[in-house]
Write a protein that binds this ligand. Structure first.
Ligand code: SAM
Ligand code: SF4
Length: 316
């Protein structure tokens, strides 16, 4: 469906849980989140109904996210049902990969075509520090399991944090020379409740190019500017929600695990879908798409996201 600014909205990010087995410092408070009552969360049936409603408005791509989608007990069934909705041409998932070693093949069989893996560092100590509890070895085993499971595409996403992992740009980018993956660097976003990171942490992704003088530009794809290192099997991507936002080309809406449609990641507007019929959901989604703002405005350490939720409660 075309929104009021002429953007074609074809992409739904479906969050299936707010909970996570890690506690990344830029995403989630250390103590986790207050578990909402079961009755406040979307049931699987409601999620699939929402995807059907979205598909009837022209959404053809769904990314399943969270929180950590792989801790959801019925995740395989959700993936199977989402990918089976008529009109959904692409089903993908975003994960921290910790549980992928045992689940990659089943996810592929459940219709998941693409996997994005979040990995900000290749140093075990730093991995423990940024995730507050994760073991790098498990995430790397997950990444390898994804590469062996026959997905159409595997991408690695690293949040670029000044003073934390900007010294690892060459090492992270070199994964594209070892594995057939795209490695995408994403600017750290200043979510409302997260003030752990000072202004020095918010660095533009162009810094990546300074560290990779040998990178050659390739055709842009979606929100990422793409480059290739000599002999690489995959590409290096730059995603710049702060330094060069892509709101004019935004093609997505989000559905949170507690059933709120968010027309924009960084706005406080939310439209509830809980308990609605498919026809009612479709009307609410149409309204949400038409109320997508032109732009999220300036974001930086001082001027924070207007979204009244942390990233794990939205679905990044
Ligand atoms: N748990 C899964 C994972 O980590 O891949 C999926 C959910 S997580 C919220 C989705 C993505 O959001 C991750 O790649 C994470 O790095 C990113 N993210 C979370 N908070 C962020 C922030 N403040 N700025 C930029 N990216 C963020
Ligand atoms: Fe969990 Fe993903 Fe947030 Fe990290 S970024 S705390 S893995 S939801």
């Amino acid at each position: 469906m075309i929104d009021s600014l002429g953007r074609n909205i074809t992409y739904l990010r479906l969050s299936v849980t707010e909970l996570c087995n890690l506690r990344c410092r830029y995403c989630m408070p250390e103590e986790g989140v207050c578990k909402l009552a079961h009755s406040q969360m979307l049931t699987e049936e409601e999620m699939i109904r929402a995807v059907r409603a979205a598909a009837s408005l022209g959404i053809n791509k769904v990314r399943i996210t969270g929180g950590e989608p792989l801790i959801k007990p019925n995740i395989l069934s959700i993936c199977r049902n989402v990918s089976g909705v008529p009109g959904i041409l692409e089903t993908s998932i975003t994960t921290n990969a910790i549980l992928l070693p045992d689940m990659a093949v089943s996810l592929r069989e459940a219709g998941v075509q693409r996997v994005n893996i979040s990995l900000d560092t290749l140093n075990p100590e730093k991995y423990r520090k940024i995730t507050r509890r994760g073991e790098l070895e498990n995430a790397l085993r997950g990444a390898k399991a994804a590469l062996n499971a026959g997905f159409e595409k595997v991408k690695i996403n690293a949040v670029l944090i000044g003073g934390f992992n900007d010294d690892e740009i060459p090492a992270l980018a070199a994964l594209t020379q070892k594995w057939p993956v795209d490695v995408r660097f994403i600017e750290l976003m200043p979510m409302a409740g997260n003030t752990d990171f000072g202004p020095e942490c918010y660095i533009p992704v162009n810094k990546v190019l300074e560290s990779l003088p040998e990178a050659v530009p390739e055709q842009e794809e979606g929100v990422a500017r793409l480059y290739r290192l000599p002999g690489a099997l995959g590409r290096v991507g730059l995603i710049s929600p702060l330094s060069q936002h892509f709101c004019a080309a935004c093609n997505r809406i989000r559905l949170t695990a507690d059933g709120k449609i968010k027309p924009c990641l960084h706005s406080a507007e939310e439209i509830s879908m809980k308990g609605l019929s498919e026809a009612e959901m479709m009307e609410k989604m149409r309204f949400a798409i038409l109320s997508k703002p032109a732009c999220h405005g300036t974001l930086n350490a001082q001027s924070r996201s207007q979204a009244a939720r942390s990233m794990n409660q939205i679905g990044g």
